[in-house]
Ligand binder design. Structure first.
Ligand code: PEP
Length: 248
């Protein structure tokens, strides 16, 4: 179902006591928000945080394609399901670049999550060079291709898509609201072409890449932008909440 979402990707940050402090602050925030709040802490903390959540829904940051076995250091969809974790980020540019994850591998993760009732937060985004060469739309279509051609309508509607231009992640550079809207519109149009408009209108599309309290409202005011995937600014309670309050 399409809804406003602000999701925080903590990445490999915060020691346990810092993480507990931030979760407690977020849990204690009881003002109404017309936004779904998600946090993705390091997987080590998911078990401890799962019962503490009040306003918050939890996401993992990664998952393996296999369900169990000799994969030292990995976690599986069955493990996340056993903790009732509702979301998992996949296809983040750091995983694509630093861990050499391919579209095919990412798609196997998506399938594994969906078959365990976990919604993927699927990230896609072009590099600076790709944008400069005029290839941004082609790259995003390519990254989405397996999802759009192989998932069914029910599965794609379980999926959240985050457009995260790689050049904007952690750099302080942000796509302009107009450019972000154009790409979100492109993504929604591609979904409509593979399925239909009722399906594409039912999916939440998030923007990610140096989203901050200062720019969130302008981004979220755009028609096809349903919220944000937030890295750095999600590590600070006030910034994260201020972003979550940025919907008009
Ligand atoms: C991210 O890593 O998904 C992200 C959007 O990071 P930042 O907000 O720090 O650019």
């Amino acid at each position: 179902m399409r809804r406003n979402i602000v999701a925080g990707n903590w990445k490999m940050n915060l020691n346990y006591s810092e993480a507990v402090d931030l979760i407690n602050e977020l849990n204690a925030y009881d003002k109404p928000l017309n936004t779904e709040l998600i946090v993705a802490p390091p997987s080590l903390y998911l078990g401890a945080f799962k019962d503490a959540q009040n306003n918050l829904l939890l996401s993992a940051q990664n998952v393996h394609t296999e369900l169990n076995g000799a994969f030292t250091g990995e976690i599986s969809s069955t493990m996340l399901h056993s903790l009732s974790i509702p979301y998992c980020i996949v296809g983040h540019s750091e995983r694509r670049t630093l861990f050499h994850e391919t579209d095919a591998l990412i798609f196997d993760k998506v399938k594994s999550l969906l078959s365990h009732e976990i919604s993927p937060i699927f990230c896609c985004g072009e590099s600076k060079e790709e944008r400069e060469q005029g290839d941004a739309y082609k790259v995003i279509s390519q990254q989405l291709n397996l999802l759009l051609s192989k998932l069914d309508a029910g599965q794609i509607q379980q999926t959240i898509i985050a457009y995260e231009p790689v050049w904007a992640i952690g750099t302080g550079l942000t796509a302009s609201p107009e450019d972000a809207q154009l790409m979100h519109h492109h993504i929604r149009k591609e979904i409509a072409q593979h399925f239909d408009v009722s399906v594409s209108e039912n999916i939440s599309l998030l923007y990610g890449g140096s989203c901050k309290p200062e720019n969130a409202a302008a981004l979220f005011s755009k028609q096809d932008i349903d919220g944000g995937l937030i890295g750095g600014a999600s590590l600070d309670f006030s910034s994260f909440i201020s972003i979550a309050k940025s919907f008009s």
